[in-house]
Design a protein around this ligand. Structure first.
Ligand SMILES: NC(=O)c1ccc[n+]([C@@H]2O[C@H](COP(=O)([O-])OP(=O)(O)OC[C@H]3O[C@@H](n4cnc5c(N)ncnc54)[C@H](OP(=O)(O)O)[C@@H]3O)[C@@H](O)[C@H]2O)c1
Length: 316
């Protein structure tokens, strides 16, 4: 197994005082480590969380390490577009200039269900909630340019447990086709990648650049296994490590690179990948950027069609 790609140290030591970033799902896993690092570097971070008490607990913990941390915890439920609109209004009111939006929150392999607005849970939370949020924060990102939008995708945008990553325009929300939770996750993560690609094209020349990210196979709550903790520690975690699982600090590296490395602005819309188990062996070491092995990920017509379909759904 290759070793994880790591951010250049000068990027992690640069002073970010005066810069403001929004991170969704900032209370846990990759979002938490991203928030912690940006705060250490002096940035202001707006934490979008669905469990506000937990967000405040985590913010207090970060402040214990970095007393000067500028953290704002606002409620954000991505499974409810009214909550997305309320969160965006709060951000626009208090932080009219943004240097970054990290669309990080996500769910994986959820049972069949729908968001408040009737979208399949994974497509609704992972893609459509973030799609609307990005639209609503675009003016603030333009006002704060140079700025970045980073979407957390996954190597599962290619294949998720044998299910091919595709956008099913005929039935995006599983109204009539049989539901498969891995297939729905793959669709949502391909949507995250295509959203960043199309957004990058649309925002060319504004100073707002975009990227999508595969963080790798990361030890976070997303991978919760329904087994007793002792068994997980003794067997599951060591086996997963042998299979390439990395820790959240390593999992946040690709996000931090996409957000902070100056050269990323030259490749707006590109995909950045940590090492991962792609079907295509040549891609397994990862790449910043990496040409996705999924041909749909390069299809501008699909990206544009997804944009139009998403716009119609979040307005409807
Ligand atoms: N871990 C991996 O191996 C891996 C691999 C590829 C891609 N990713 C992607 O990385 C991103 C971060 O995941 P993670 O691994 O750090 O998992 P995590 O620790 O479970 O973090 C996910 C975050 O998203 C939040 N969230 C979930 N549903 C939400 C909703 N409806 N509204 C608002 N926030 C919501 C969670 O809030 P709660 O704490 O309240 O649940 C949590 O803060 C995800 O987009 C995931 O798809 C992860």
């Amino acid at each position: 197994m290759p070793t994880p790609l790591m951010v250049r140290s000068e990027l992690l030591n640069q002073d970010l005082t005066g810069k403001t970033y929004v991170v969704t799902g900032a209370n846990s896993g990759i979002g938490l480590v991203t928030t912690q690092q940006l705060a250490r570097q002096g940035a202001t971070v707006v934490m979008g969380v669905r469990r506000v008490k937990e967000g405040q607990r985590v913010a207090a913990e970060i402040r214990r390490e970095t007393a000067s941390a500028q953290l704002f915890v606002y409620p954000l439920e991505l499974a409810d577009l009214a909550s997305v609109r309320a969160f965006a209004a709060e951000v626009n009111r208090n932080h009219p200039k943004l240097q970054g939006l990290v669309n990080n929150a996500g769910v994986m392999k959820t049972p069949f269900g729908h968001t408040k607005d009737g979208f399949e849970t994974q497509f609704g939370v992972n893609h459509l909630g973030h799609f609307l949020l990005t639209n609503l924060l675009t003016e603030a990102l333009k006002a704060g340019a140079p700025s970045r939008v980073i979407n957390l995708s996954s190597y599962f945008h290619e294949f998720a447990m044998g299910r091919k990553g595709e956008i099913h325009f005929d039935d995006l929300n599983y109204h009539s086709r049989p539901f498969d939770s891995w297939e729905a996750y793959a669709q949502s993560k391909l949507a995250n990648l295509l959203h960043a690609r199309e957004l990058g094209r649309r925002l060319a020349g504004t100073g707002v650049t975009t990227a999508s990210v595969n963080p790798g196979f990361v030890h976070t709550n997303l991978l919760t296994v329904p087994l007793p903790m002792w068994l997980q520690r003794l067997v599951v975690i060591p086996v997963m490590r042998l299979a390439g699982m990395i820790e959240p600090w390593e999992g946040a590296q690709t996000t931090l690179h996409a957000l902070l490395a100056p050269e990323v602005a030259q490749h707006s819309g590109a995909y950045y990948s940590q090492m991962a188990r792609y079907k295509d062996k040549a891609s397994r070491a990862g790449g910043w950027p990496l040409r996705s092995p999924n041909p749909v990920a390069h299809d501008d017509a699909v990206a544009a069609r997804l944009w139009n379909a998403s716009q119609a759904l979040v307005q409807g």
